[in-house]
Write a new protein. Structure first.
Ligand code: PHB
Ligand code: FE
Length: 325
């Protein structure tokens, strides 16, 4: 594939850079992000844009589709990425205003990182809940590279197994979040047989999650072959509409999340799922979804990370749902 030009230039009015890749251009002012492509243009509130961009960058384009809203988004081909406008929006498709270009990941990743860094002002943390961060708006002032480049925690086996991410405590800078003040902090009692002290391990997942300062950012706490346990703490709105390329399971560990589930291709509404503590749901591989969490809650996302799944689903070799009733 021919490499497409990526450029940036400073916009004198507000101090931000404008970016272009292929035939897409991105610019921002005090309140909005503007996206142009040959057949159309789009505007988003810049706080929502940055929250979505932050996830796309931090998750390296994630599984399947990251819709920033119902127009703009990326689709991951694991090595290449489609950047699209209106592709999964029936009205844009019918009006032939949709546009899509494919980039090698090495090319679009640095552009997205630069845009996230340049457009994030001092005091705004796109990973934080709106109640726990400053504003994204205004003309350019400072940056928050410390926040936007933070890495998500990834265990090799399971948190607490020797050699893996240490448990978090007040002492190493991870205080209990204001909304989880009631979460018990005691650790499980372990009684391994002599000789197995390094192999039988346990930790208090609720206590661990109560110390997460980010929202809508699954961390990997246990890995068993392709099975990833990715719990996360949620407050306000999932900043992206995720278009799945595989089935994923949700286990609501605390409180409540409402999910809007839409057809992956057209955006037509398919379901509203209200999940309360203890509820389990499987999200099909042909939908997109966005969650609403009125109070900070804990959610376990269970993923099968196998690289073969998207192809098997696309070819109809495996179903888009885990169970047929
Ligand atoms: C998802 O799209 O499945 C997803 C992403 C981030 C979360 C939770 C769920 O925090
Ligand atoms: Fe998802």
């Amino acid at each position: 594939m021919a490499t497409k030009i990526a450029t940036r230039e400073t916009d004198e009015r507000f101090g931000y850079q404008s970016f272009s890749i292929g035939e897409f251009t991105f610019s921002r002012d005090e309140y909005f992000a503007y996206i142009h492509w040959p057949t159309g243009q789009h505007v988003m509130s810049v706080d929502a844009f940055l929250r979505a961009l932050q996830r796309d960058v931090a998750w390296d384009f994630f599984y399947g589709i990251v819709n920033f809203d119902n127009v703009l988004g990326t689709m991951n081909h694991y090595g290449k990425v489609d950047l699209f406008a209106g592709r999964f929006n029936e009205a844009y498709r019918k009006a032939e205003l949709d546009h899509q270009e494919t980039f090698v990941t090495e090319q679009i990743r640095p552009l997205f990182k630069s845009m996230l860094s340049d457009w994030t002002n001092e005091g705004f943390d796109p990973f934080a809940s709106p109640a726990e961060t400053g504003t994204a708006f205004g003309s350019k002032h400072g940056n928050n590279d410390e926040a936007v480049t933070r890495r998500r925690v990834t265990a090799e086996r399971m948190v607490a197994v020797p050699g893996d991410e240490a448990l978090r405590t007040d002492d190493n800078g991870h205080p209990i979040n204001r909304q989880f003040a009631d979460v018990a902090q005691d650790e499980p009692e372990l009684h391994p047989a002599p000789g197995y002290e390094n192999e039988v391990c346990g930790f208090n997942l609720f206590a661990y999650l109560s110390r997460s300062q980010v929202t809508w950012n699954p961390s990997v706490v246990a890995v068993c072959k392709e099975s990833l346990y990715c719990p996360t703490t949620e407050e306000y709105i999932l900043p992206i509409m995720h278009g799945n390329d595989r089935v994923e399971w949700f286990i609501q560990l605390s409180d409540e999340i409402t999910w809007d589930v839409e057809d992956r291709e057209t955006g037509a509404k398919r379901a509203k799922v209200v999940m309360r503590a203890g509820d389990v749901a499987a999200m099909p591989a042909d939908i997109r979804h966005q969650g609403y969490s009125p109070k900070r809650s804990m959610l376990l996302v269970w993923e099968n990370a196998s690289g073969d799944i998207p192809e098997m689903i696309a070819q109809g070799k495996i179903p888009t749902v885990p169970v047929t009733f």
